[in-house]
Write a protein that binds this ligand. Structure first.
Ligand code: COA
Length: 173
């Protein structure tokens, strides 16, 4: 059994980029296997992702929280202003929330969610949206957290179009 008390959830710092990227790629590979083409998942490069995270962590409008166990980052959540502007009146967006498979199911996702949505609230970015691939079982997590489906659209990943849905949160749990 996982000792959830030993998982620390804290704001990310610049030096977390490598750890976030490693856990993010690992989570993508387990979450999207069978949904996103294998070639795309296998071609994901943690070093390229690290550079991307370095830029994001440097961006003052983006809030990033990490979950860490014994000094190893096992997941993250991020958010900020709504990207794309498809939903006027929904100023915020949770951009991502990912845990490694071994770290899932012990309440850590709920903690990351709470901290990230509180950061959005403090930044005046309520209500907010989240985009999720409709084939990802995590749609149930968002529904559990009070999200309501606002819209669907196709998104191109690895050369295929996949349906994704936007969920809106007026008052996050
Ligand atoms: C989504 C995710 C962050 C949730 O974190 P977690 O630590 O596994 O979830 P928790 O243990 O904190 O669960 C919180 C609550 O949500 C529920 N829940 C979590 N995942 C669920 C799912 N897939 N279906 C239904 N309920 C779910 C739990 O039962 C729990 O309910 P409770 O409040 O009654 O106790 C994690 O499972 C994950 O990283 N998934 C893969 C990556 C992913 O899909 N990210 C989103 C991309 S858009």
């Amino acid at each position: 059994m996982e000792d959830t008390a030993s998982v620390v959830v804290r704001p990310a710092v610049l030096t977390d980029a490598a750890g976030i990227a490693r856990a993010h790629v690992e989570s993508w590979r387990t979450t999207y296997r069978g949904i996103v083409p294998d070639g795309f998942l296998d071609g994901m490069d943690p070093e390229r992702q690290q550079a991307r995270w370095q830029r994001l962590l440097d961006h003052r409008d983006t809030t990033v929280w990490v979950a860490e166990r014994s000094g190893v980052i096992v997941g993250h959540a991020s958010g900020g202003p709504q990207r794309g502007g498809a939903f006027p009146g929904w100023p915020g967006e949770v951009y991502s929330i990912y845990l490694t498979r071994a770290a899932q199911g012990f309440g850590t996702g709920a903690r990351l969610w709470r901290h990230t949505t509180e950061s959005l609230r403090h930044a005046g970015l309520m209500p907010f949206v989240v985009w999720v691939l409709t084939q990802n079982p995590t749609v149930r997590f968002y529904e559990h957290m009070g999200g309501q489906r606002l819209a669907e659209r196709p998104v191109a990943i690895g050369g295929v179009d996949l349906p994704e849905a936007a969920y809106g949160f007026i008052d996050a749990r």
